[in-house]
Design a protein around this ligand. Structure first.
Ligand code: ADP
Ligand code: ASP
Ligand code: MG
Length: 454
């Protein structure tokens, strides 16, 4: 059972989490929690401020964070029980203060130190959750993610080492489950084999939960969040979004990859490998059946399952009139992106040019400079990928015409239909996203198959 930041945002939310976990006790849950809502962003902001040498601002931000955690713990535990935890939380915050002072003194923030700073978010929330569970009669035991989630040393995006993790799960977590304890672990963080804290990418608590679920051969993986499951589109963009009752692993993975924030893209992989169903559920509305992600779903009458949109995309256009068709040219182009560890999402080629998209990042000017050695290069940011996903896309003719008819006069910069043929993807200006998504949603989800959608 994984509870996201929104499910951990304050004492009332954590109280709901405890009540939900209680209903699952006979099934022997393993609990993964995120940092309290917005804390990871705040820790990153603090680390950045410290890196700029802004000592006082940094410590001020940290004081607010300390107050919020104390307050939450106090509300959850009452004064008596709070004393012990208060001391433990205080020790963590003292260590964080010291770390931030150190960063501010040096005036330099390395990826390694940044990971160390953000790791406090999940450590603090898991400490509070453990105490709150115990106070509510749940036999909880805190598990240190740094001793279970073994990763490589790519800070900020460390890659979990599955075999080592499975060993640790067997030796450190399985015995707790056998003793009917409820292990609680912070998501998102891990450590290298040498014990240096790492993080596995933003939104990574879902991934932690999936790794644990797969490693422990869980019956199912529950992702608890603040919406009634995966929706036909981001409910913040389009309030008419409907709940998807059933979706395949493949469809969910495409959606997550192309921006449906509700699920981390890597989450479904460990689940797929072991065919473990993933459920997306609402901690504010636990009786709702949410979304079930399965290896196979029944055929639906609806063309699409959902629409996702991902902002902060940059289009890179490489024009090389004579070279493009020369063998080896594309390999050279992609080698540049690989060297900068930059993933390419959408690609389209013409006789004389190749256009591709990457997530906007600070390496782009350098990538462009390297590409300039091969060809003429242009790039433009503030673009967005819109992606329509559905297995029925595979054998329905005329889909593209319907999609582009629906979006009307919105300027489309690139189009691609995924090789897997379960997604149709196109690139537009960021500012056009809300309108494009609303138009598409109105066209494709006004009437839907009641077996699959709510
Ligand atoms: P958590 O803190 O639980 O991890 P997130 O903020 O990461 O929560 O993800 C939940 C949010 O994802 C929802 O509040 C919703 O606004 C957003 N979201 C984006 N796309 C979708 C979608 N297709 N279905 C459901 N929620 C979505
Ligand atoms: N707290 C981390 C983040 O905000 C991980 C997570 O919530 O999944 O990215
Ligand atoms: Mg999330």
């Amino acid at each position: 059972m994984k509870f996201g930041g929104t499910s951990m945002e304050d004492a009332a939310a954590i109280d709901r989490v405890a009540a939900i976990v209680k209903t699952r006790l006979p099934e022997r849950p393993f609990v993964v929690v995120s940092a309290m809502a917005r804390v990871t962003d705040q820790l990153l902001a603090m680390a950045a401020a410290a890196g700029r040498g802004e000592r006082e601002q940094t410590l001020d931000l940290c004081r607010h964070l300390r107050e919020r955690h104390y307050l939450t713990a106090g509300e959850l535990l009452g004064t008596g029980l709070h004393t012990e935890l208060h001391g433990d939380l205080g020790a963590e915050f003292d260590a964080l203060d010291e770390l931030l002072r150190g960063i501010a003194a040096v005036g330099e923030l390395t990826p390694r130190t940044s990971d160390y700073v953000v790791s406090f978010g999940e450590r603090l929330s898991s400490m509070i959750a453990t105490a709150a569970f115990l106070a509510r009669g749940i036999p909880a035991t805190l598990v240190d993610a740094r001793q279970v989630i073994v990763t490589d040393s790519q800070h900020g995006r460390a890659v979990p080492q599955v075999e080592a993790i499975n060993d640790r799960l067997q030796s450190r977590v399985k015995p707790l489950l056998e003793q009917r304890r409820v292990p609680i672990m912070g998501g998102f963080i891990g450590a290298t084999r040498e014990g240096i804290p790492t993080t596995i990418g933003r939104g990574g608590s879902d991934f932690s939960a999936a790794l644990a679920g797969a490693g422990l051969d869980a019956e199912r993986i529950e992702i608890w969040t603040d919406v009634d499951g995966m929706k036909t589109t981001d409910p913040r963009l389009c309030p008419e979004a409907r709940r998807i009752k059933l979706i395949s692993f493949e469809e969910a993975a495409e959606l997550a990859y192309f921006g449906a924030k509700v699920l981390h893209p890597a989450t479904v992989l460990p689940a797929v490998e072991k065919n473990i169903p993933v459920l997306v559920l609402n901690s504010r509305n636990p009786s709702n059946a949410g979304t079930r992600i399965l290896s196979r779903t029944p055929r639906s009458h609806s063309l699409f399952k959902a629409i996702a949109a991902k902002n902060r995309i940059t289009i890179v256009e490489i024009v090389a009139a004579r070279m493009l068709m020369a063998h080896g040219f594309l390999a050279k182009v992609f080698e540049v992106f690989a060297r900068h560890r930059c993933a390419v999402d959408v690609v389209s080629t013409s006789e004389v040019s190749i256009s591709l998209t990457v997530d906007s990042n600070e390496a782009i000017p350098q990538i462009a400079a390297d590409l300039e050695k091969l060809a003429f290069v242009k790039y433009a940011g503030r673009k967005a990928i819109v992606c329509l996903v559905g297995e029925n896309l595979r054998d329905t003719p005329g889909v593209a015409a319907q999609v582009f008819d629906a979006i009307g006069d919105i300027n489309v910069r690139m189009i691609s239909q995924g090789a897997s043929e379960i997604n149709l993807t196109f690139v537009i200006d960021e500012t056009d996203v809300p309108e494009a998504v609303r138009r598409l949603h109105a066209k494709f989800f006004a009437e839907v198959d009641p077996e699959v959608f709510d």
